[in-house]
Design a protein around this ligand. Structure first.
Ligand code: PEP
Length: 253
């Protein structure tokens, strides 16, 4: 039985005041749903991680980072390592988010190094995969998902991959207000699960959580999460509004 997972990616938003305020509100919602039937995590900007930890300290909300560099330490000006994130208490890290792939220019090879380093460093990576609009129109969704999944997980055995959460995030749905229909999401999630079964084994594929991301809002979250292979959601815009994020958390319970 896969435990539902609701993750909030704050991206390059909030400031020291609003990040703490948002975290405090999320902590109070999560204590209402403190039956532990849903995993909740937030991904604030690096500079607010520790303030957010403090604000969430009495809750069961986990904290993750939006990115990191795959080396452990050294002359990598401006970068943050998995060890540093682990040191301050991070549980998760995003890898392969479409904004890092398509805006920053990260390759599948770099993403694979990050997934590998995250696991070695004791973090739980969330590997995001998903097609551009033109790829969907050209009927290449499954091809893109296959490439990003196989390359993202290259060299990792089943034991290591069991630390990974997958996120299907069609790029055309991220921050656009367009959402995949529940059927489109289910089809892609079913495809990813079958791909994992082929790459590893049926048990691993059954156990791994696959989140949907792309304009998840309070009014579509429940329908998406009702789908058999949708184990939760990765939320951008709506995770910045405590009330909206709370409705989404409750929809997962
Ligand atoms: C995301 O950041 O992963 C995301 C899905 O954003 P949004 O919910 O705003 O589309």
């Amino acid at each position: 039985m896969r435990k539902p997972f609701v993750a909030g990616n704050w991206k390059m938003n909030t400031d020291s005041h609003t990040s703490v305020n948002l975290a405090e509100k999320i902590a109070s919602v999560s204590s209402e749903t403190a039956d532990q039937s849903v995993s909740v995590a937030v991904f604030p900007p690096f500079v607010y991680l520790q303030m957010v930890f403090k604000a969430l300290s009495v809750s069961n909300v986990a904290v993750g980072a939006q990115d990191f560099y795959f080396e452990q330490n050294g002359a990598f000006t401006g970068e943050i390592s998995a060890l540093m994130l682990k040191d301050i208490g991070c549980t998760y890290v995003l890898c392969g988010h479409s904004e890092r792939r398509h805006v920053i220019g990260e390759t599948d090879e770099l993403i694979n190094k990050k997934v590998t380093a995250a696991i070695s460093g004791g973090l739980l990576p969330i590997l995001c995969v998903g097609e551009l609009l033109e790829e969907r129109k050209a009927d290449k969704t499954n091809e893109v998902i296959t490439r990003q999944t196989k390359k993202g997980l290259a060299g990792l055995n089943a034991e290591k991959v069991s630390a990974v959460t997958m996120a299907y995030e069609p790029v055309w749905a991220i921050g656009t207000g367009l959402t995949a229909t529940p059927q489109q999401a289910q089809e892609a999630h079913d495809f990813i699960r079958k791909l994992l079964a082929e790459m590893y084994d049926a048990q691993l594929a059954e156990e791994i959580r696959i989140l949907y991301g792309g304009s998840v809002k309070p009014d579509n979250a429940a329908e998406l999460m009702c789908q058999q292979d949708v184990d939760g959601v990765l939320v951008g815009g709506a995770s910045l509004k405590a009330d909206d994020f709370s409705v989404i958390i409750r929809a997962a319970v």
